[in-house]
Design a protein around this ligand. Sequence first.
Ligand SMILES: NC(=O)c1ccc[n+]([C@@H]2O[C@H](COP(=O)([O-])OP(=O)(O)OC[C@H]3O[C@@H](n4cnc5c(N)ncnc54)[C@H](O)[C@@H]3O)[C@@H](O)[C@H]2O)c1
Length: 253
Amino acid sequence: MRQGFTGKIILITGAGGGLGLAMAQRLASEGAELILSDVNGERLQASAQTLLEQQVCCRTVVADLAQESGIAALADSVCADAAPLHGLINNAGLAYGEVAHRFTGLGLAKWQHFLTVNSLAPLLLAEALRPALARARGAIVNISSMASYAPATAYGVSKATLNALNYGMANAFAAEGIRVNAIAPGIMATPASKGSLPAETYARVQAQQLLPLHGEASDIAALAAFLLSEEARFITNELISCDAGNRMRGWRL
Ligand SMILES: NC(=O)c1ccc[n+]([C@@H]2O[C@H](COP(=O)([O-])OP(=O)(O)OC[C@H]3O[C@@H](n4cnc5c(N)ncnc54)[C@H](O)[C@@H]3O)[C@@H](O)[C@H]2O)c1
């Protein structure tokens, strides 16, 4: 087992299951000290319990990233005692339901909510954590989506905006040695994606892949671990698809 993250502190948002939990498990297996956050306290505790059963302890912080006060409270908790932060994974997101299906008729408040959680919170959290990331010459991974390539829904727009912010963040933070990259997952098996997408949609999107494979949360976890690792020290400002070639097929809803 590689231990490339021993002594390294990594914060994962939206860690109450799915991709967030898979990334926590992967990084813990390589020795990382984890801080997990989510707006949903019950889901967060369930993730912590799953890790505990695997002999992994983590810190948990309940925070609503739709609120500036939630972002500030999370950052204050992470930055206490001038601790360094080696990695931030901006994974929290609204991905299913109305945000995934609609483009028109949402109204200002909903657009603001979706864009706040999916696009702006990653930037504002990274800004608030910048001193801690700079102390460690840390790395940020923003979890985007293949939906960002064809933004025909509020979700796609919010993730396309995140891609643009990924570029801005990489430029703004580079002078302090902070690397910033994004991952655009294809359709990955998580309880949320399986539970929210109709089986027909799931199968149809999967059938558009070049590779006839089932995307697993562990596929994203492996890429995130690489991007946070020292092996990726020369990589910043990238958006990397992990979608079995779906983007190459001109993915459509
Ligand atoms: N699973 C997929 O197929 C897939 C594909 C592309 C992108 N993604 C992205 O990956 C991420 C995780 O997806 P998932 O499938 O594990 O879904 P998920 O719903 O299990 O994970 C998202 C987490 O974000 C949290 N969250 C929502 N609003 C929040 C807020 N205001 N503050 C803090 N946390 C909040 C939720 O409670 C949830 O635990 C999301 O950003 C999603 O857009 C997933």
